[in-house]
Every structure is written in C-alpha cells, then in structure tokens.
Ligand binder design. Sequence first.
Ligand code: NAD
Ligand code: MG
Length: 392
Amino acid sequence: MKQVAVLGATGSIGASALDVIARHPDRFRAGVLSAHRNVDALVELCARFRPELAIIADPALEGALARKLKAAGLPTAAAAGADALTEAAAGPLCDTVLAAIVGAAGLASTLAAARAGKRLLLANKESAVMAGPLLLEALRAGGGVLVPVDSEHNAIFQCLPGGRPELDRAGVRRLILTASGGPFRGRTRADLAAVTPDQACAHPNWRMGRKISVDSATLMNKGLEVIEAHVLFGAAPEAIDVVVHPQSLLHSLVEYTDGSVLAELGNPDMRTALAHALAWPERVEAGVVPLDLAARAQLGFERPDTDTFRCLPLAYQALRAGGDAPALLNAANEIAVEAFLAGALPFLAIADVIEATLAELPPSPVVDAETLVHRDLTARDTARRIMRRAFC
Ligand code: NAD
Ligand code: MG
C-alpha cells in the first residue's frame, strides 16, 4: 500500500492523480492533500479521500480549514503554510509525494521529498528547471527514486533502459520531445499581437491549469521541458530536440545510435503518466480510453517555428548559459505569464520580458536553495521593472 501526499490536490494534475488513486484503494491511499487558497475544494476532497492531513498553503486560512473539517465531521488534521508543506513532504504520513503544485512555489516541498528519500512523482517541472543540481543532490542524499509525470519525460523514462542510465553507455543519441504546438500553431507574429488569455488557454488536446496552458501557447512549456530533460536524464542541450506533433499521441521519443527510435504512444490523458508513475515498475488500469490508431488515421510532424515562438530558443539559451540562468528564465516567465493572464501584458511581450531579464542578469553558479530563492526574487523584480518601463 503506497501512502501518497498529493501536493496541489485541487489542480488539474491533482484531480487526475486522485482519479487513478480512487480506482485502486487496495494499492494507493491519499494520506496528505494540499491546496493553495480554495478551502472548500480541499474539504470536499477530504470528505472523499479522508486523508490524515490537509494543508492550505495560505497561512491566513488555517482556521477556516480546521473549522470546516470539523463541521464536516472529518478526522483530518489541518495545517497551513509553506513549512507545513515541506514537513509533510518529508514526514511519516507518506512514502510517495506527487509534486503537483504549479511554479516556483513547489520547489521547497519537492526538494524536501527528495532529501527524505520519498518516491518523488514530479509534475512540478519548474523545480527541476530552477534547481536541477540541487534536486539531483537531494535525490542522491535521500536515496529515493524520481519518476517523471510530465508526459514527455514519463515517455522518455519508459523508452530508456532502467530509468536514468548513462545515456552514452546506453547507446542513446538523442531525446526527442514532442510538442503539440499549442492553440496558436501555424499563426504569424501579426496574428498573435492581440490574442487574449482565454484564447491562449484553449489548448487543442489537453485541459490544464492556466499557467501551463499559456506556457504551451508560447512554447515556453517545451523550453522548460528541454531543461527538465537535461536535468532528469543528463542529456546535453544538443542531444535534445523538439518536434511539433499536433495530435499529441506520441508523447516523446528516444533515438539510439543503431537508428532505432522508441516512442511511447497513447491518448492525451495525464492519467496514463500518473498511473505509470504511481505503480512503477508495475502497471495499473488508469481509466484512459485505449488508443485506436486506425480511427485517428493521421500522425503529423513539423519543425517548431522558433521565429514566432521565441520562448523555446530563449530556454535553450538559458540552458547553454548554465548556472542559475534557467531559474532566472523561469522566474521572468512566471511574472510575464501572470501579467498576461491579468490582461496587463501583450502575448508577444512575454518573450521580450524574459529576454531582457536574462540580458540584465548574468548567471551565477547554483550553490544552495537560499541563494537560489534570492536570485529568483531578483529576477522577478527585474522582470516587473522591465514591464513597467516598456508596457505601462
Ligand atoms: P493547476 O493550476 O491546475 O493546479 C495547481 C495546484 O497548485 C493547485 O492545487 C493549487 O491550489 C496549487 N497551488 C498554486 N499556487 C500555489 C502556491 N503558491 N502554494 C501552494 N500551492 C499552490 O496546475 P496543473 O495544470 O495541475 O499543473 C501543476 C504542475 O504540473 C505544474 O508545474 C505544471 O507545469 C505541471 N504539469 C501539468 C500538466 C497538466 O496536464 N496539467 C502536465 C505536465 C506537467
Ligand atoms: Mg509536458
């Protein structure tokens, strides 16, 4: 029986994971659930899954959470704040942690889970992007395993022998990440000048949270995933390629030196990657509709348009620059996406803000989490200043 802490339980990944967990009460138990500010949604999940502990990230809401859990007659204890998240990720109520908080807010609990040797199911790609060397060090120190949940990395994990081998020795030549191209595939820069947040969030194949949906529309999601692939699998930047595949049926590929190319295919439904990560090395039913290739008929592939979608080359640039440049890229992106979602920044300016932030802040080596958080805040301030100067 795996005791799972679902951090980010009220999100899109959280919901898919809880769906898989509910299908297998004999294998998985959700012992810890967390949410950011939505107390009612968290209490509703507690009524269904009866965890030992519920955590609300906003400390001001601890009293409301405790009151509502009690009023509902639930045995679940209430906790609040970032420290409660890291304590639970490392604590005795779970052996498995699903890191499904969005953005840099997921970093501390992800690192805590890794350091404590938990089985880490990583959806929160931002923590791998920000703190790759620290995450690898924490995993080494903790001795636990990381199973990627991001569908591309989960696919690559499945196509590699034994998880995280030395790629050279395993005969791997290239990792090929597939990208759907997002809702704006085929559009020109002129087409994109006035697109709205709702248009950017209308992804053709996946239903996701709003931040990752915008990242998919700018192709920054793929850029973050290139960096994530570098961290998780140790591939050099030039050995990681991106191909646009609009149907999202191939979730990524591994090319070997003998010319073999292995791919993982399936319908676009995150429950496949989540069920794989939860049960690995076993397999369990995920509730996903089987793939009917003949009915789908067409598999298309094209090169990404990096002149229109500049966030992808910016991510490669940050990866090559090294040090904490990926963390600076991630921080500037979070600020720019937040401003775009608030209607305060044009879509095309997201890349401009990130580029200008990277130009102002030369990378430093990644030494520890405190320094990194400080650099993340500096990059956020820089991005806000650049936005004020250029767009307000
Ligand atoms: P979402 O916005 O639907 O959910 C985010 C979750 O994080 C919610 O439970 C929210 O309450 C919590 N949260 C938000 N801000 C927080 C904060 N400051 N402190 C604590 N908790 C906070 O997002 P999502 O689509 O489920 O994505 C979650 C993560 O998984 C992201 O890192 C995303 O990149 C990654 N991911 C998502 C998908 C997908 O299909 N949705 C696929 C691959 C990877
Ligand atoms: Mg992905």
